[in-house]
Design a binder for this molecule. Structure first.
Ligand SMILES: Cc1ncc(COP(=O)(O)O)c(C=O)c1O
Length: 406
C-alpha cells in the first residue's frame, strides 16, 4: 500500500450520490420515482434549474480572461463585488472585510478550517450539519464537535452553544464555529434575528478566554423567504471581539455549481490582524488550489456589478425562489396535517423530518420509489428537487406507518 496508513481506508462511495444514482437508474427503467436526494434545484419539469443569464455570463467571458491565470487570492474586482453583495447594507462590516476567492463555498470552508484551527482541533457546529463539514475537517486533520441545535420547543439552542463554546475554550483554547444560515442544510431552519442577537451575545461573553471565530456559511442565502441580509446588523457588536467570517458561494446564488466559484470573507476589527489574516488566506490559496477558475470569477463579477445582468439574473432567481417557496408551502400544509415532526421551515433547498428508525423507513420509501437521505434519527428531504405535484406522494410516504410520531 503506497497511500499512507491514515488514508488507506477512505470510503469509496458518497452515500448521497449512490442513492441519487439508484434513483436515476430506476427512472431510466421507466419507474415513477420521487428523487428528494439531490442538492441542486430542479424545475417542475424535473430538469436542472439554470438561471439563463448566469450561464450566458459564463459563456460570454473573453478568450483572454478565460485562458489567463487569475491572481492567487482572486481578482480584486470580483472580491470587491462579493464583499459588497453581502455586506453593503452594513458598512461597519464591509469596511472591516478582507477576502479570497475560493473553489465554491467548500473551498472557503477548507481555508477557514486550516487557518483558524490548529491541527487536531475540532470545529464546532450544530448537531445536524452538512456531512462534508466532517470530510473537510478530517482531510485537513481537524475534527468536528457539535452542540444541540434545537431546544425542546424547537428554537435555536443558544444555551447549549454557550456550554460548548466554554468547553472548547477550556479544552483547546480557541473556537471555530460554523453556522449555516439562513436555510440551514439539512434542517431548513433559518434563525430569527433575536436568535442571532443572543448567539452573538453569548460568543462575545466568552471572547476574553481565547480567539473565537464565527463562520457564517451563506450557501443558501438568496433562497430565504424574507430579507436574507436582515441578520447582518446583529453581527456588528462582534467586531473587534470575534473574527467574523462568511463562506459565500456562487453555486446556488447563480446556479453555477460546476463553475466552482466562492469566497471567504473575513471581517476583523483590528487593521494589523486584518492584513495578517489576508496574507495567511492568500498563502493558503497558493498552497491548495493556487488560483480559481478565471472565467467564473469574471462571470460572477459581471453578474454582480453590471446593472443589466444583475437585474436580469435577480429576476430569474426570484422566479426560481417562488417555485421553491410554493413547494415549501405545499409541504408545510400537508406535513403538518399528517403530524410529521420537523423544524420550523420557511424556505431553502432542504427540510429534515425527524424519525427514530430513519434508515429502515428510508429503505421502505425507496422500495416505493421515494428517495430521501437517512441520517441518524432524521430523513433529509431535498424539496429543491421535487416538483410541486409530487409533494403529496412524498409526504404520504414520509408519514406512512408512523402516524407522524416516528
Ligand atoms: C451547507 C453547505 N455549505 C456549503 C456548500 C458549498 O457548496 P459549493 O462548494 O458548491 O459552493 C453547500 C453545497 O451543497 C452546502 O450545502
Amino acid at each position: 500500500m503506497h497511500v499512507i496508513a491514515a488514508r488507506d481506508h477512505r470510503p469509496t462511495e458518497d452515500p448521497i450520490f449512490t442513492l441519487a444514482l439508484e434513483a436515476k437508474a430506476r427512472i431510466e427503467r421507466g419507474e415513477s420515482i420521487v428523487n428528494a436526494t439531490i442538492g441542486a434545484a430542479m424545475n417542475d419539469a424535473g430538469k436542472l434549474a439554470v438561471l439563463p443569464t448566469a450561464a450566458k455570463a459564463l459563456r460570454d467571458v473573453s478568450d483572454a480572461d478565460l485562458a489567463a491565470y487569475a491572481p492567487i487570492p482572486g481578482r480584486t474586482d470580483f472580491l470587491n463585488a462579493v464583499k459588497k453583495d453581502l455586506l453593503a447594507t452594513v458598512p461597519t462590516l464591509l469596511d472591516a472585510a478582507v477576502a479570497i476567492a475560493t473553489p465554491g463555498g467548500s473551498g472557503a470552508l477548507r481555508a477557514a478550517i486550516q487557518n483558524f484551527l490548529e491541527p487536531g482541533q475540532a470545529l464546532l457546529t450544530t448537531n445536524y450539519y452538512w456531512a462534508p463539514y466532517l470530510t473537510l475537517a478530517d482531510d485537513a486533520e481537524r475534527r468536528v464537535e457539535t452542540f444541540s441545535m434545537f431546544t425542546a420547543d424547537g428554537s435555536f439552542d443558544v444555551a447549549d452553544l454557550d456550554r460548548a463554546v466554554g468547553d472548547q475554550l477550556a479544552k483547546q483554547g480557541r473556537v471555530l464555529l460554523f453556522l449555516n444560515d439562513p436555510c440551514h442544510n439539512p434542517t431548513g431552519y433559518s434563525m430569527k434575528r433575536e436568535e442571532w442577537r443572543r448567539v452573538i451575545e453569548a460568543l462575545v461573553a466568552h471572547a476574553d478566554k481565547g480567539p473565537i471565530t464565527l463562520l457564517v456559511d451563506t450557501a443558501y442565502l438568496e433562497y430565504s423567504a424574507g430579507d436574507a441580509r436582515a441578520f447582518l446588523p446583529e453581527l456588528v457588536p462582534a467586531l473587534g471581539k470575534l473574527a467574523v467570517l462568511f463562506a459565500w458561494s456562487a453555486s446556488k446564488t447563480f446556479t453555477l455549481y460546476g463553475a466552482r466559484i466562492g469566497a471567504l470573507i473575513a471581517c476583523l476589527g483590528d487593521a494589523t490582524e486584518r492584513r495578517a489574516t489576508e496574507a495567511a488566506l492568500a498563502y493558503s490559496c497558493r498552497g491548495t488550489w493556487s488560483n480559481c477558475n478565471h472565467a467564473g470569477l469574471v462571470a460572477v463579477r459581471n453578474l454582480l456589478e453590471d446593472p443589466k445582468l444583475n437585474t436580469a439574473v435577480n429576476a430569474e432567481r426570484e422566479a426560481l425562489k417562488k417555485t421553491l417557496l410554493e413547494r415549501v408551502d405545499a409541504f408545510n400544509e400537508l406535513a403538518r396535517a399528517k403530524g410529521l415532526r420537523y423544524p420550523r421551515y420557511e424556505g431553502g433547498f432542504f427540510v429534515t423530518v425527524f424519525h427514530d428508525d430513519s434508515f429502515t423507513h428510508a429503505k421502505t420509501l425507496r422500495d416505493l420509489g421515494v428517495f430521501v437521505v437517512p441520517q441518524k434519527g432524521t430523513l433529509r428531504v431535498a424539496l429543491c428537487a421535487v416538483p410541486v405535484a409530487e409533494i403529496p406522494r412524498l409526504v404520504d410516504a414520509l408519514a406512512m406507518g408512523t402516524n407522524g410520531q416516528g
